[in-house]
Design a protein around this ligand. Structure first.
Ligand code: NAG
Ligand code: NAG
Ligand code: NAG
Ligand code: NAG
Ligand code: NAG
Ligand code: NAG
Length: 400
């Protein structure tokens, strides 16, 4: 029993060692299955790239790539002898048959490191029903013109500048004399005056010769035409130029921007304090920008970013706050100052006090004048009543 466990420990230590020091020769790190399944039409040439190679190429020049099917230990030969071979690290099958469907594992190694990944391949029979299953989505904005690209052809084209691609829409060939469509720069199709009706399925076909046989490489494209989103000139509609706040209290100043029918995604909106971004001006976070909100009211778009003081301090009264909005059309800045609100405590204290003074003064004067002469009475009313009648009209009436 003891001997057995020693043996197991020894073996596992050796296994760890071999992984660390003999990566290239021994174990190889398996990265699992690539998330994208490759779909292919039967009878057409196929090139399967190893997803790991792109990742390696940036770090190392001398990388060896081998391929094998997951159910076979035999590596695909490196020479172009049979129907299936490896060339420049990619797996070539010319032409693909439905029996080629399955899992392929590519192993990428250099002197010190080794990687593995599996790639799923599904080969379909060439029928109309298979077209919607195998397509490359492409998008063109509704505009004067746009380009479609016949994808995944680089291995077949190589340095060959003279590429002849035939384009089809819904299986109907697109005439080259057409003003609407123009085949340009090898693999591209120029679509003029793009309209919503141009959306749909396109096919591009490139002839390819191999060992004296002529093949077609076709790609299906599902074109989506997107309405162009317009930009408008943004207008800051709030805040006001001065904002009243009490020192020590929390304050939120929203900067609200009107965009009309324009989009908010390209609209930048921010606050500054003394021409400095808020996060740089207040490292402690006493003053911050709140969360950006984009919304619509009556089909008009708005975007809003609040400035939050927690709390307001005296120095804020001397700081130059600005709300800035910018998009590709224009930019606008609105300046706002924080003003100390008239302190209510003083008013509340002074109002009754002045009333008492007034009442007492009134009584005193009333008595004094009454003692002197009854004729002067009316005149006195006028004199005492006038100076304060604007502030406390109701009280004056009561005194009378
Ligand atoms: C092998 O590849 C690894 C990973 O890309 C890299 O870090 C290492 O430098 C390479 N070694 C050689 C000898 O190229
Ligand atoms: C090969 O991959 C397929 C899935 O594509 C899986 O069903 C099968 O079990 C794998 N075979 C082996 C020997 O790993
Ligand atoms: C890559 O393969 C070639 C030929 O098969 C071989 O000479 C070379 O040593 C290999 N390089 C590595 C890093 O395994
Ligand atoms: C573009 O197409 C629209 C309708 O699809 C048409 O009314 C307009 O005249 C066309 N413009 C040009 C320049 O061809
Ligand atoms: C290639 O495909 C196009 C369109 O499907 C067809 O017209 C043409 O005959 C095909 N060529 C070959 C060699 O299969
Ligand atoms: C902004 O400048 C004013 C005057 O120079 C200063 O009183 C205030 O503290 C400054 N505020 C900030 C946040 O730097």
């Amino acid at each position: 029993m003891f001997l057995l466990s020693v043996l197991i420990m020894g073996v596992s230590t050796f296994a760890v060692r071999s992984e660390e020091h003999m990566g290239a020769a021994g174990s190889c790190r398996f990265h699992g299955r690539h998330p994208k399944t490759r779909f292919q039409l039967e009878g057409e040439p196929l090139v399967l790239r190893c997803p790991q190679v792109l990742h390696w190429e940036s770090t190392s020049a001398h990388v060896n790539v081998t391929w094998h099917r997951n159910d076979s230990a035999a590596a695909v030969p490196g020479e172009e002898e049979s129907r299936v071979w490896v060339q420049d690290g990619a797996l070539w099958i010319v032409p693909a048959s439905r029996a080629d469907s399955g899992s392929y594992i590519c192993t990428t190694r250099n002197a010190s490191y080794c990687d593995k990944m599996s790639v799923e391949l599904r080969v379909f029979e060439k029928t109309d029903a298979s077209v919607p299953l195998i397509f490359y989505p492409q998008i063109i904005p509704l505009s004067a013109s746009g380009l479609l690209v016949c994808p995944d052809l680089s291995e077949f084209i190589g340095n060959n500048a003279d590429v002849k691609i035939q384009w089809y829409k819904d299986s109907v060939p697109l005439d080259q004399d057409n003003q609407k469509f123009l085949s340009v720069r090898g693999t591209r199709l120029l679509v003029n005056n793009v309209s919503m009706e141009d959306a749909g399925y396109y096919t591009c076909a490139m002839p390819y010769a191999h060992k004296g046989r002529q093949y077609n490489i076709t790609r299906n494209i599902k074109l989506q035409v997107k309405k162009r989103e317009e930009e408008t000139i943004p207008v800051i509609i709030s805040p006001h130029q001065t904002i009243s706040a009490s020192l020590g209290s929390r304050l939120t100043i929203p900067c609200k921007v009107f965009l009309g029918a324009g989009i908010h995604t390209t609209t930048l909106l921010w606050w500054t304090a003394n021409n400095t971004r808020i996060e740089d001006a207040y490292h402690g976070g006493r003053v911050t920008e709140g969360e950006r909100q984009a919304y619509s009211e009556n089909n008009e778009n708005y975007v809003e970013v609040p400035l939050i003081f927690d709390p307001v301090r005296r120095e804020d009264l001397h700081t130059d706050f600005r709300c800035v909005v910018r998009n590709t059309m224009s930019s606008q800045t609105l300046r706002t100052m924080v003003k100390e609100a008239a302190t209510f405590s003083w008013e509340i204290m002074l109002a009754p006090l002045s009333l008492i003074v007034l009442v007492l003064g009134g009584i005193w004067m009333h008595r004094r004048y009454k003692r002197r002469t009854g004729k002067a009475y009316g005149l006195m009313e006028l004199k005492t009543g006038h100076p304060d009648s604007q502030s406390y009209p109701s009280k004056i009436k009561e005194i009378k």
